[in-house]
Design a protein around this ligand. Structure first.
Ligand SMILES: N[C@@H](CCC(=O)N[C@@H](CS)C(=O)NCC(=O)O)C(=O)O
Length: 220
């Protein structure tokens, strides 16, 4: 199987985390260089986005949630999506909230705070959404050892890259105290850095960020 991924891509990092936790035999390939991803990549993924999984039989699978569930079904050990329907719903709900209410507004805010002209109304709107999302995630987080308690789940794969981007976001936005009301979310960095598969993802993102910043400065 092949995974098209970039080290700093949050959605690709979710999938790498699951693959590393499950020890999935996977060849990781970068799409052609450039931001946005060059049009030629559309021949591989019609939506021109990563992650993209190419299965052993040559099927193309896109969308992180779908790839995650495919890997869970193909490689059931260790279980990252519990069998019990209630537990399953709680894990899935956590991941959706983390994606739609924390990651999505934060990606939008990265764009807004980097833009030449400051759109205060949009920044206020997405900041409020981001804070509501962080509060919802905080309310559901356990106090360890993993995101939702005793077992590693999909929630850890989603949370690791999402928590990662906040270190840079706090610097770029100047909101150094942004995570003060969300102590479990803030402390999740320690959990991610201590778990071998998750720390691999964290370190790959860190390396990806270093390269990105170097290229960004060279272009400026
Ligand atoms: N809903 C998609 C979102 C994927 C996505 O937005 N990926 C970003 C990278 S993190 C991307 O490929 N953006 C296009 C680009 O960088 O040109 C998923 O869950 O897989």
């Amino acid at each position: 199987m092949k995974l098209y991924s970039r080290p700093l891509s949050t959605y690709s990092s979710i999938i790498r985390g699951i693959a590393y936790l499950k020890d999935v035999p996977l060849k990781i390939i970068a799409p052609p260089p450039g931001i946005p991803i060059p049009e030629e990549f559309r021949a591989i993924s019609p939506l021109n986005r990563i992650p993209v999984l190419i299965t052993g039989s040559g099927e193309t699978i896109v969308e992180s949630v779908v790839i995650a569930e495919y890997l869970e079904e193909r490689f059931p050990e260790p279980v990252l999506l519990p069998q019990d329907p209630r537990e399953r719903a709680l894990v899935r709900m956590f991941c959706r909230i983390a994606d739609l209410d924390v990651l999505t507004p934060t990606i939008r805010l990265f764009e807004l705070i980097s833009a030449a002209a400051r759109d205060e109304a949009a920044i206020t709107y997405y900041s409020k959404r981001q804070q509501n999302g962080l509060a919802a995630v905080e309310a559901r987080l356990a106090r360890g050892p993993y995101a939702l308690g005793e077992q590693l789940t999909f929630a850890d794969a989603w949370l690791t890259p999402i928590r990662f981007i906040f270190n840079n976001y706090r610097v770029m936005s100047g909101e150094t105290d942004l995570l003060d009301p969300y102590p479990k979310f803030e402390a999740y960095e320690q959990i991610a850095r201590q778990q071998p598969a998750l720390s691999l993802v964290w370190n790959e993102m860190d390396d990806g960020l270093t390269v990105f910043m170097k290229d960004f400065k060279a272009d400026a």
